[in-house]
Design a protein. Sequence first.
Length: 686
Amino acid sequence: MSASDDLFAAMPTPKGGKAAAKAPKPAATAKPQTTPAPAIPEAKADYTAADIEVLEGLEPVRRRPGMYIGGTDEKALHHLFAEVIDNSMDEAVAGHASWIEVELLPDNTLVVTDNGRGIPVDPHPKFKDKSALEVILTTLHAGGKFDSKVYETSGGLHGVGVSVVNALSETLVVEVARNKKLYSQSFSRGIAQGPIALLGDTHNRRGTKVTFKPDHEIFGKKLSFRPEQLLDMARSKAYLFGGVEIRWICAPELLENNPEIQPKATFHFPGGLKDYLGETLGKQNFVTPEIFAGKSEKTGGHGAVEWAVCWYGGDGFSHSYCNTVPTPEGGTHESGLRTALLRGLKNYAELTNNKKGAVITADDVMTSAGALLSVFIREPEFVGQTKDRLASNSATRIVEQAIRDQFDHWLTNAPQQANRLLEWVIDRADERLRRRKERDVNRKSAVRKLRLPGKLADCSQNAKGDTEIFIVEGDSAGGSAKQARNRATQAILPLRGKILNVANASRDKLQANQLLGDLVQALGCGTRNSYSDDELRYDRVIIMTDADVDGAHIASLLLTYFQREMPQLIQNGHLYLAIPPLYRISQGGKTLYARDDQHKDELLATEFKGKAKIDIGRFKGLGEMMPAQLKETTMDPKKRTLLKVQIVDMVLGETKDAVTRLMGNKPEARFEFIQENAEFATDLDI
């Protein structure tokens, strides 16, 4: 019943059973009180038309720099450099400049020079008392990029870039070499310090040179350019346009804390983005031996597209650019790339009759991909002046059309490589679906008590510190271990027989295995990418199997599982092997335990003397040991011996290759290993 139902139910009901149409009048009526309306304050007499302020020229930029460069922090400071070098890059892309030079001076002054056409210096037709150079430097929304007559594609579109740099610079000097004449004009905080000056003739120089020093009143006295960041920004331009050479010069005193950076360098990368991606990833293990890279010139009459994509074992990343301007937040051009790759892989899955390809998504394709994308389009639309995200709807179609056909050919021309990539992406999809299933389980567990496997004998201590879980083979061994344990800190999980060999199993088979499901549920930490060390319920995970061949095999299967599904558990030092005894040796009142035959012989030779009879008992398994014996030899932290499992080459992957070789489904690989290492095997009990 709603609140309104309760209200009507409480009202008196007239005869006839129907509620009254109107509420009954109260027995007594109180005299209404009137509250005077608040007085409206009179308008201030001093607020007149004279208070309306009009900001002219570049004053709005100095008042609100965040509207134009995103703030006044280090990122905004380096954005000034981006605006200046983008103008030079537009000249290079248009085919008028072949090199750009970037020089950082000791007093935080930056110089950017190119050999392009040079900024026009003749009088502007609208502002005849000013040169075009001065108009561009002192007027917002002034430039030659509002149509495609001068620049077919360009990064600077709003006509505010270099004027904003001028407004926020303590000093800015522009030199223009044009028509064999050299001109110069100086500015301070956006104001021209004089008219443009003719310095003289020049016969071997052309282009524009911009020298500027950011204003400490805007950015503070402590903030300065970082050489390493400027170098990366300049070098990326050389990758983005293979036809340009970038020259780098830096004052040596600025590199005292950066000895790896050279004071002079030249960058020229004809290979473009493919070279860029190869250098970025270095010696990573690639899923496919080849980088998928290519170019498409003037797609649909709207410029060009260049891309480079490869898949590897790390976290994926994508860096995109539009007209050489970085778009760190992506945009419509990245959507075109994702769509082209997804549709290409799905189409290949259909061609090869791989039904699992139907479940993959663009996120599965890109989750472990390194991708670089550069587009050149006319009049692009960005989100904000800082151009962090591309918003042009046409970019999606342009990029998808440029990449899709070439990706289809790349897949079909190398079936082995394509199949490997498809299986890799399907694994990512399986992992995503598994994580979603685990999240559903976690959400259900949040509203009810955690359900642990039925055979798990959990410890009573709630805190994780100094707790441990013993994974034992069989119910018999589990019974002895449960009686031998310290109930406060030691948990026991019996496993029925040998677990699945995950080196040979598919993801579907692995997920359907009940024993492994119980193990994952007991540990609570998840697997693969969803592993969380904070969620691990125990400080130590101890594999405790019989001291015979079968026990060693079960331990190997468990180690294979942890290496494949929970490598972080090993890397973080949580996994151990228990060392139960194989023999019990007694003489009189003296009893010792031996791990193996060699240890038994050592004890007989050194610890047992005299003519008294020596009794030697061989344990068939942990289940035959008395709980007191199991506790004394294997489970008591004060007396036991544990082997800590480590992977010393997590990066190189040699252990992973060895596990695949010895536990995989190729017996010839194991036979080859035996042949290679037979000479090292000694004292075999045959």
